[in-house]
Design a protein around this ligand. Structure first.
Ligand code: PAF
Length: 251
């Protein structure tokens, strides 16, 4: 596996790549089985797989949350190498925001709802970094988990809106044995809250209505940002202490 911290070095390398098919998995590191499933999906379909590890400061609406975000680049790179990744991109913020964030992507409708309504600027940060990463990597296929369902829809819509020549591939949420969706943030849960956290998936799956699910979660000690049914999905975000969990199920 080759690792690039300099994006100009990477671009020189990328220009020489002649692979038929390039798959890309953008991540913020603190890798778990969910990320590795995206890598596996990419490796199945593509000749060459690129993974980025970049904790994007622009998608955090809360500075404390950014500081506390789990990060272990060395362990991440070891896992990626073992998983058969061809290239890891590990830029710092100056490499990505060469313009000091003068330019950004804003979606005006769906991004203002659900997580967007509770995290101002979050989706501007996500869409902008994904646009930049896709332009840097120029992959044929890019892989995103369904756990971040709103993010997935917005990225898909962005690539259509801007005529970006990339296929966005959705991968099923990977869950722990008790149903909790895998997430880097799960590391923040203490033993008691980790046990409580499984109730999120159960409530979404087993309740008749979104409001029933919300009441169940409040009863189980969650602070609920939202539970909403949109088309065939029930989506939720809820907090246990300082840890914000999101999940969604098909209804
Ligand atoms: O889902 C994530 O980990 C991030 O939002 C992403 C897509 C890597 C952009 O920073």
């Amino acid at each position: 596996m080759k690792t690039f911290t300099s994006m100009s070095q990477w671009q020189i390398y990328r220009d020489k790549l002649q692979q038929d098919s390039i798959g890309f998995v953008p991540t913020m590191g603190a890798l778990h089985q969910g990320h590795l499933a995206l890598v596996e999906a990419s490796r199945k379909t593509n000749m060459f797989t690129v993974v980025s590890v970049f904790v994007n400061p622009k998608q955090f609406d809360d500075g404390q949350d950014f500081k506390a975000y789990p990060s272990n680049h060395q362990a991440d790179l070891e896992q990626l190498e073992k998983a058969g990744v061809d290239v890891a991109l590990v830029p710092d913020a100056a490499q990505i925001y060469v313009d000091d964030y003068r330019f950004k992507v804003t979606e005006m409708e769906f991004s203002q709802r659900l997580c967007g309504a509770h995290r101002p600027g979050h989706f501007d940060g996500v869409l902008t970094v994904v646009m930049r990463l896709l332009n840097l990597v120029r992959p044929d296929n890019a892989y995103f988990g369904e756990k971040d369902y709103q993010q997935l829809q917005l990225i898909r819509d962005m690539t259509t809106a801007f005529f970006m020549p990339v296929n966005i591939v959705a991968c099923a949420t990977v869950r722990e044995a008790d149903g909790l969706a895998m997430s880097s943030r799960n590391q923040h849960l203490d033993t008691r809250r980790r046990r409580q956290a499984a109730a999120l998936y159960a409530a979404l799956k087993n309740s008749c209505t979104a409001n029933d699910a919300k009441q169940t979660l409040i009863g189980k000690g969650f602070e609920v940002d939202y539970v909403e049914d949109i088309a065939d999905r029930r989506l939720a975000a809820a907090r246990l202490g300082n840890t914000r969990l999101i999940d969604n199920v098909q209804i």
